[in-house]
Design a binder for this molecule. Sequence first.
Ligand SMILES: NC(=O)c1ccc[n+]([C@@H]2O[C@H](COP(=O)([O-])OP(=O)(O)OC[C@H]3O[C@@H](n4cnc5c(N)ncnc54)[C@H](O)[C@@H]3O)[C@@H](O)[C@H]2O)c1
Length: 319
Amino acid sequence: MGDRPKRALITGGNGNLGRLVADRLLNQGQHVIKFDVPGTEPELLQANEAVLGGDIRETDMLKNVLAEHQPDTIYHLASLLSGSSEENLQATWDINASASFGLLNLARETGVGTFFFASTVATYGVVDTNPMPEDFPQWPENLYGATKVAVERMGAYFRQKHGMDFRCLRLPLVVSPFAPEGAVSAFPSHAFKAASRGESFRFPVSEATGMSTLFLDDAIDAIVAFCAADRASLSRPAYNLHGYYLSAGMVAAAARQRFSGFDCSFEPIDAVEHLIASWPDRIEDQAARQDWGWRPTFDFERSADHICALLRASSDGEG
Ligand SMILES: NC(=O)c1ccc[n+]([C@@H]2O[C@H](COP(=O)([O-])OP(=O)(O)OC[C@H]3O[C@@H](n4cnc5c(N)ncnc54)[C@H](O)[C@@H]3O)[C@@H](O)[C@H]2O)c1
């Protein structure tokens, strides 16, 4: 290998989190290969960056990608999200579970160094303790969560039986100006976006409903720092993260403070209300803090300031 720059393969590399993980790794001097469905690629490519169009269900294609690019680390972020998962059960299983198994197995066969998997708080079902303890049982209530638990277990198997360096973070709701449409939990991001455009917004949950949250920058920092951590310091394959508690009412008030005249209503959709209300408000994340130094840097107010500044800047750019 000599002194060649480290190579990272990011599945879902053109998505909300994937693009920013890529930027961070490129800034560190790494070589990044983004793999995502055709039509999602950015207009401009940076030096040391390659974008490959394809579907992670195509195992033969992935085999060629691994053989050609020989990544040191795979960041496996490609996924159907919580909302879109319930609309196509077979595709959800095929993409989120079967294709993830295929990729894990290829990574094992080709000796990829580290395999990172983005899991979710949706792997938990109804959580009735606050804060949720570190090892709370994972009995998800939707297929999205079930596929993520399945991959966590597959990864733990590959780690235990085959010595693979499998690492997984369970992300709570991530507040982002780039939040995808397909996530049930994206409503805080969409509310801020509507406020920045002078549009009204209907929250799909009641005012008091909320859950554990992380700001985008902290999520990206966590993924990159976690994958760079010394393997010997990691006592478990999967870690929980928590930033702060956020409710729909808090988002409405923060958006109104920053964009005067923001008009919104709370019109709960049963399934969304149930899901968000069932997820934990606060999560114990001591293991991540102890093992690899996890510390969130954004509280709710700082997140709101930051996301609104980004949205203002992007709407100025559009105008
Ligand atoms: N954003 C959050 O709040 C959040 C919370 C918990 C977990 N996660 C997880 O983090 C990861 C990234 O989420 P995100 O917010 O960036 O979502 P995103 O939808 O923006 O990114 C997912 C990417 O996967 C790609 N993809 C989907 N199907 C594919 C296929 N068959 N082949 C190749 N690529 C495919 C999509 O095109 C997309 O670019 C996901 O695994 C998600 O489950 C996100």
